[in-house]
Every structure is written in structure tokens, then in C-alpha cells.
Write a protein that binds this ligand. Sequence first.
Ligand SMILES: N[C@@H](CCC(=O)N[C@@H](CS)C(=O)NCC(=O)O)C(=O)O
Length: 225
Amino acid sequence: MKLYADPISTTCRPVLLFIAESGAPVEMHLVELMKGAHLQPEYAAINPSRAVPAFADEDMLLSESSAILKYIADKIDSPAYPKDLKKRAKVNAMMDWLNTGLYRDFGYGFVYPQVFPHYKHEHEVAQTATINAARERTKKWLNILDKDLIGPNSNYLVGNELTVADYFGAGIFSLTDLMRCDLSPWPNVQRWLKTMRNLPSWNKVHEDFNAKLVEPSKQAPFVML
Ligand SMILES: N[C@@H](CCC(=O)N[C@@H](CS)C(=O)NCC(=O)O)C(=O)O
């Protein structure tokens, strides 16, 4: 198995973290976003969307971090992607919730227009309106995640077992380091994220992200959550 990835990417870090924690036999191929390696024709042949991560198992090519996580977990028979139909459905639901709800508003609406020039709106009014609307929607998602989905009794996003949904969510939440977010209004989210940060491979997997994005943005005048 081969993974094409860049650890600065929010959608690559969950896969890299899961591989590191599970010991899955996956060969890492670095695709440096900052050098535009993902835009080269050789990479477009692997992922026509020109985005990371991409994955290969023999002749099968796969994109989408969520699908890649599930595939690797199944391939190595990991309990992180439960076989039980009902448990698996809950993990799938959580990953879709994160991907199409929280990540859409927090990542694409709030963080990326502030951090990446190609996501920034040309007109200041549109930029401010996008960020403000996404910030309010992000808070709504965080309230739901904190009170209804994790709640005071669960250790993880889906009950008390670590699943691929936690890896997926942790990638999105590592963006809170970049944006210097105060998560104290959401104590259950904070507690869960602390558990994920304590995974043995967390620091190593987040080294490049911290050095290339978090550190250089320490003084950036971001709109706060
Ligand atoms: N839905 C995809 C998103 C992949 C994605 O957008 N990756 C970003 C990095 S986080 C990327 O490669 N962007 C390239 C670009 O913006 O040109 C997934 O989950 O894998």
C-alpha cells in the first residue's frame, strides 16, 4: 500500500496518524503542496482532483481521506472501523457529519479564507461576510458536538472506542492550533481532543504542520472563533 500525502494537509494528517498508531504497512510518498507537486501531470494521473491524500493498493487508486482511512482499517482488520453493522453505520455517520458539516463551515468557510490566498474573497465585504457566517455556523456545530454527540460520558466521538472517525475529526480540530481557538466553551470537545493529542504519534505527525503553518502564523491577525 502507498500513501501520497503532505503532512501539512488537514486531510492527510488523519491518515498519517492512523498509519503511525496502527503500524499499517503503508509506504509514504511525499507530495509537497507548497512546491505545487500535486499539480504536476504525474500526480494528476494518480488523483485527477490534484489533491492530497491519494492512496494505492496494487492497481487500485483511491482518493478521499475518509475512504482511505476506512480502507486501510479494513485491510489490516483494525477495530477502529468496527465490523458490527450498527457500530460501523455510526462511525460512517460521524465521518459524514464532520466532512459535510463542521469541516465545510470551520475549514472551508472560516479557516481557509483567512489562511490560503486562493480561498480568500477578492472583495473585503464578501470575505468578512463569509468568515462571520461560517464562524456562527461553526459554533452551532461545536455546541451539537459537545452537548449531543460527545456529551459528558463518551471518551470518543462514537461512544467509548477509538475509531477512524476520531482520526478524521482530529485532523479538522488540529486547525484550532493554527487559528489559536479557545475551545473552553466546549469542554467535552476539549477533553476528547486532549485524548487524541496524547496518542504517541501525535507530535511527530504534526511536526511539519506546526513548523510550516502554525509557527509562522503566530502573530497573524485572524478573526477569532
Ligand atoms: N475531500 C478531500 C479533500 C482533499 C483536499 O482538498 N486536500 C487539500 C489539502 S488539505 C489539497 O490537496 N489541496 C490542493 C489545492 O488546494 O490545490 C479529502 O478528504 O481527501
